[in-house]
Design a protein. Structure first.
Ligand code: G
Ligand code: G
Ligand code: MN
Ligand code: NA
Length: 259
């Protein structure tokens, strides 16, 4: 209860902050590609405890019914940031934003919020990737299908986050409007030692490519893992080997200021 009270204060007093982690394109030349994508990850700057990770508080926000409020704050910060970077000359940056499954329960009003915010800040819908977890796809609810197709129709990209840990049926990947598959780091981390996991990741990538999806390998930490995800033809890498999530200003300085 104490935590919930603190979270209400945090919402009112804007104690949250978005960090950004680069997502880099892999290509067969070893030249690093310029960064065009990043995932926005929320942090709570707690007045006494310092930086608190969302793993510790998102579920409390969800249970308290405050997710709409938090999601709107995240959306607002994201469009402001993209708009600022656009004005500084980075015209093709894409920011990937996490969603909570309960956001989809409002029948898609949250999508209207995005459409309004994008129009207000005059940034293209394509600068936003909406990340959804597999659990969202498990429902047989037509509303989810409809919401994903609206996002797509409006020009936003859709990514499946933590792919492989949930139970989404492969049939869904074919039926739904999805652009990116983010393979969960629990499949990526054993890659350096274990041939079975290489085969598994290779199979996921092959299937995704057949369905016209691009693949992000999450949680790449070592050179060996990097080499393996390159070997099995993943399209993008996100992980500590490139960078940990960093503040907006640090991200701009390191990855965008050269444009
Ligand atoms: O960044 P970190 O590793 O601490 O993230 C922990 C979990 O919190 C991850 O599952 C991540 O997807 C989730 N998360 C991070 N930022 C957001 C956010 O802005 N919204 C939602 N709903 N989840 C987030
Ligand atoms: O569930 P989701 O994929 O949204 O969670 C993303 C989180 O994973 C990021 O917030 C980040 O803290 C964490 N992460 C990103 N790269 C790595 C990595 O290379 N290793 C580990 N252990 N965690 C990572
Ligand atoms: Mn994510
Ligand atoms: Na993930």
């Amino acid at each position: 209860r104490r935590l919930l009270e603190e979270l209400r204060v945090a919402l009112a007093e804007q104690q949250f902050e978005l960090y950004f982690q680069p997502i880099v394109a892999l290509n067969s030349d070893s030249e690093p590609m310029p960064v065009h994508k990043a995932e926005a990850l929320i942090r709570w700057n707690h007045p006494e405890r310092g930086v608190v990770s969302p793993g510790e508080f998102i579920h409390v926000i969800e249970e308290a019914g405050l997710i709409r409020e938090l999601s709107q704050w995240i959306m607002q910060q994201t469009v402001e940031t993209v708009s600022q970077w656009y004005q500084q000359g980075c015209a093709n940056i894409q920011i990937s934003v996490n969603t909570s499954p309960s956001q989809f329960n409002d029948g898609g009003k949250w999508i209207d919020d995005w459409i309004h915010a994008l129009a207000l800040y005059e940034i293209p819908a394509h600068s936003i990737i909406i990340e959804i977890t597999e659990n969202v796809l498990m429902t047989t609810d037509d509303s989810i299908k409809h919401q994903l197709s609206r996002l797509q129709h409006r020009g936003m990209d859709v990514a499946i986050d933590d792919f492989g840990v949930g139970y989404s049926s492969l049939a869904y990947l074919q039926q739904l409007d999805i652009n990116l598959l983010k393979i969960d780091r629990s499949f990526i981390q054993p890659l350096s030692e274990d041939q079975d996991s290489v085969a598994l990741v290779r199979a996921i990538v092959t299937m995704a490519h057949h369905l016209g999806l691009k693949v992000v390998a999450e949680g790449v930490e070592t050179e060996q893992q990097w080499q393996q995800v390159l070997n099995v033809a993943c399209d993008y890498v996100q992980g500590y080997i490139v960078s940990k999530p960093m503040t907006k200003d640090a991200f701009y300085q390191r990855y965008l200021s050269q444009y």
